[in-house]
Structures are given as structure tokens and as C-alpha cells.
Design a protein around this ligand. Structure first.
Ligand code: ARG
Length: 457
């Protein structure tokens, strides 16, 4: 017998069909979860006396050998191993003999693969969360190092109002904080054990599912076997989570690409994260960031792919569900690169204060002028209009708002007095935003502390 299901067949499977349906080339990475699941199941079978304690011990010992072969890279795949479940069971049989045939009693590959994938993903999530924390730490360190640098803040990619560099950096720290929260939330729905659902109708042996959950470290067990074998919502949630993370990284990458351009020059990327051109000797290209931005497309695509696979499936297990794994694996492989690369780029970039200073346009103080007049009693709408005219004048004359003569200001409004010049500085503009969430020094220090508290927890 070469297949787990060969009994009712008299003819072989078409060769191309074999290739078409085999999943071993990608699901082999579930080996450890598959072995853990089988270990627990062997114990549970003994608990309900379907196998003897002695048989259970033989199965455990055999599975331990299979585990060792995998972890030492000695496991040999055979052509008939259509998926990881088949491969592990086949090898177990070679090692312990006929008793291996008892392991699958009451179990189906349907509840088995659902269990393996959840167990594997739970373990991956631990590492992903840590990578989010690592990136947050780098962002926090850079924010602390550059608290006193003021950069142009942009809306519509036009200079809008001055902000602290740290404030901009921390905005990404908060995005990642929400990503961590979302991850924790969705993990609750990953952390559900389907084992004991059988093919679809449930387990006929009175297997102790709570025991299985405890053995495998699952928080709860699924409540409906039909849902248990076919629920892939947790993968959709995970893939949408990943797409959101990538969008955050992609936007960060885009900011950094712009800021590192010759025209901006606010930052310089380290050699370690840039590459040269084969024809233009002067080039230092931000490939790391372009790839982070570019790979966002495939991560979004993986989500769209699985959504489309699931749409229109009749209930319980259909082989279409085998298509859940490649998008999941590809997404995790991608994040396992983009997150540490983003952290590396952020940790090694150099800030160029001179270029930043040079870029600060006094027109960004126009809101300050309007606020100044509003503070002196002029309705803000009127002040806004008036300052619009002042801006036009300054552009006509080619003078900075900071140095335009007081007499000229007073032609627009008698409310202008000599104190306007101390009001019109970037530092002042920034530090006036002192209320919670603003870009003023004290406010930024407070949010920094708030974020730090959340990151170490
Ligand atoms: N390789 C399969 C998958 O990933 C395992 C489950 C097979 N179940 C079945 N009824 N053929 O979905």
C-alpha cells in the first residue's frame, strides 16, 4: 500500500495528478507540529483504552525517532509521501511496525491538518511579535536620540507645519503597537484545538479533547466538528493582520525613500542597506526600502488569494483548503525578512540636521500668524484670510515671514506688535502643541514614555 487511502482503488493515480495534489513540497515544514499532534493523540488513545499503554509508549518512542530524524536533517522523503501526515505515519510504520497503524483511529487528516496549521502558526506568532517589539525599540531609540530636531511636517506631501523628528518616528511606533494588539487579539482565535473533530462528524471513541488541548497547549477546543475541520477564518485574520503590518512598513519605507533622496537629504541610509548601480557609479539606491514596499503587494495578494479560495466552498473539508498553506507560509517568510530589515535600516540611518534646517520654509509658520491674530481676538476665519494675503505678499517680495518688517505686518492688521518675531519661530510653533498627542517637547516626551511602558510589557 503506497497511499493512506489505497484500499478501494484498483488503478494508480495519474502521474500528473499525483504532482497536482501532493502538498509535501510545502507542508513538510509542519513536521514538528504534526509529530506533537500525534504524540498527544497516542496518549489520548491509551486514555480511552483503544490502545494499550505499552502500544502508546511504542508509538511515542517511534515518533521521537521521527522527530530526531527531522531535526537532524536525516529524514528521507519517499515518492509516495503525498503530504507531511502521510510521511510521518509511513516512517513511523517503518520504525515501530504494525502498531503504527493504530495511531490514526478516530482521527482524520482533516482535523489533523487543521491542528497542525494552528499549532505551527501559534509558534510563529511568538517570533513575529518579538520582531515588532524589536522594531519599536529601534524607533524609540532614534526618537530619543533626535528629540530636538525639527523637520517639516507634510500633508499632501507639501510642507504643512513643523514637527519634531521624534514625533514623526513615534507615529510608526504607535502603528506597530496596534499591530501587536491586533496580533494578540487574533491569537485567541488561532488558539482553538480542532483535533477530535474527525473527518467532519466528530470523534467516535470518546477521546478526551480537553486533555489533547492541554497536552498541545491550546486555550480552548472547537465547539462544532464541521466548523472545526473547515474554519480558516483565523488564517484570513492573520493574513489581513500581515497585510496591515506590511502597509505600515511600506509607508515608512516610502517616507524614508523620499527623505533620503538628493532633493530632501534629511537622512542617509547605511551602506549595509543600499546597493549600487551597474552603470551609474554615483548611485546608492534604497533597495531595502523599495523591497519592503514592493513585497507589500504579495502579502496583500496572499490575503486576496485565500479569500477567493474560500468563497463559495460548501461546508466542511474540501481539497481547496490545501491552498491555505502557501499564502500563509509565503506571508510569514516575507515578514520574517521585512521586519528585521526595517529595524536594521532604522537603526543604522544617519540624520542630517543641516539639510533638514535648510528645508524648513517659514511659510510653515503661517498658521502661527493666524493663531497670533486669533489670540488677540480676531475671529480665526478672518485671521486665516488675512494671513493668506500676507503669504501672497511675502511670496511677491521674496521675503521670509520671519523677517518681514513690522510696518508691513501692521499694514495688514494693527494687532501685530513687536512680539510677533519671537512667536514666529519653529521651536515656538512646535512647543505650542503641548497638549497630549502634540509635537511639543513635553508632549513628545510623555508619549515616548507611554509607548515605552507598553513596549516593555
Ligand atoms: N494535505 C491536505 C491539506 O493540506 C491534508 C488533508 C487531506 N484531507 C483529505 N481529506 N484529503 O489539506
Amino acid at each position: 500500500m503506497t497511499q493512506l487511502w489505497g484500499g478501494r482503488f484498483s488503478g494508480p493515480t495519474d502521474a500528473l495528478m499525483r504532482q497536482f495534489q501532493d502538498s509535501i513540497r510545502f507542508d513538510v515544514r509542519l513536521w514538528e507540529a504534526d509529530i506533537d499532534g500525534s504524540m498527544a493523540y497516542a496518549k489520548a488513545l491509551a486514555k480511552v483504552a483503544i490502545i494499550t499503554t505499552d502500544e502508546s509508549t511504542q508509538l511515542q518512542a517511534g515518533l521521537a525517532k521521527v522527530r530526531a530524524e527531522f531535526s537532524e536533517g536525516r529524514f528521507e522523503l519517499k515518492p509516495a509521501d503525498e503530504d507531511i501526515h502521510t510521511a510521518v505515519e509511513r516512517r513511523l510504520g517503518e520504525l515501530v511496525g504494525a502498531v503504527a497503524g493504530k495511531l490514526h483511529t478516530g482521527r482524520s487528516r482533516n482535523d489533523q491538518v487543521a491542528t497542525d496549521t494552528r499549532l505551527w502558526l501559534k509558534r510563529q506568532i511568538v517570533g513575529l511579535r518579538q520582531q515588532l517589539v524589536d522594531l519599536q525599540q529601534v524607533i524609540i531609540a532614534q526618537a530619543i536620540a533626535h528629540l530636538n530636531i525639527i523637520i517639516p511636517g507634510y500633508t499632501h506631501l507639501q510642507q504643512a507645519q513643523p514637527v519634531r523628528l521624534s514625533h514623526w518616528l513615534l507615529s510608526y511606533g504607535w502603528m506597530l503597537q496596534r499591530d501587536k494588539e491586533r496580533l494578540a487579539d487574533l491569537t485567541r482565535r488561532v488558539d482553538v484545538l480542532p483535533l477530535g473533530s474527525g473527518a467532519l462528524a466528530g470523534n467516535p471513541l470518546g477521546i478526551d479533547r480537553q486533555f489533547l488541548a492541554t497536552e498541545l497547549g491550546f486555550a480552548t477546543i472547537s465547539a462544532n466538528s464541521m466548523d472545526g475541520v473547515s474554519d480558516r477564518d483565523y488564517l484570513l485574520e492573520f493574513l489581513s493582520w500581515a497585510a496591515i503590518v506590511q502597509i505600515h512598513l511600506s509607508r515608512l519605507a516610502e517616507d524614508l525613500i523620499i527623505y533620503s533622496s538628493r532633493e530632501f537629504g534629511f537622512i542617509e541610509l547605511a551602506d549595509a542597506y543600499t546597493t549600487g548601480s551597474s552603470i551609474m557609479p554615483q548611485k546608492k539606491n534604497p533597495d531595502s526600502l523599495e523591497l519592503i514596499r514592493g513585497k507589500t503587494g504579495r502579502v496583500i495578494g496572499n490575503l486576496m488569494g485565500l479569500l477567493t479560495t474560500l468563497k463559495g466552498l460548501p461546508s466542511t473539508y474540501n481539497k481547496d483548503l490545501q491552498e491555505d498553506k502557501e499564502p500563509l507560509f509565503d506571508t510569514i517568510d516575507t515578514l520574517n525578512m521585512t521586519l528585521p530589515i526595517a529595524a536594521g535600516v532604522m537603526a543604522t540611518l544617519k540624520v542630517r540636521p543641516m539639510a533638514i534646517d535648510h528645508a524648513l520654509d517659514s511659510l510653515m509658520l503661517a498658521t502661527e500668524l493666524a493663531d497670533y491674530l486669533a489670540k488677540k481676538g480676531l475671529p480665526f476665519r478672518e485671521a486665516h484670510h488675512l494671513v493668506g494675503q500676507i503669504v501672497q505678499k511675502s511670496l511677491e517680495l521674496g521675503t521670509s515671514l520671519k523677517t518681514m518688517p513690522l510696518s508691513l505686518y501692521q499694514q495688514f492688521s494693527p494687532l501685530f506688535e513687536a512680539d510677533i518675531y519671537e512667536w514666529l519661530t519653529f521651536e515656538r510653533a512646535v512647543d505650542r502643541r503641548a497638549c497630549h498627542g502634540g509635537t511639543g517637547l513635553e508632549a513628545v516626551k510623555a508619549q515616548l514614555e507611554q509607548l515605552q511602558q507598553l513596549v516593555i510589557r
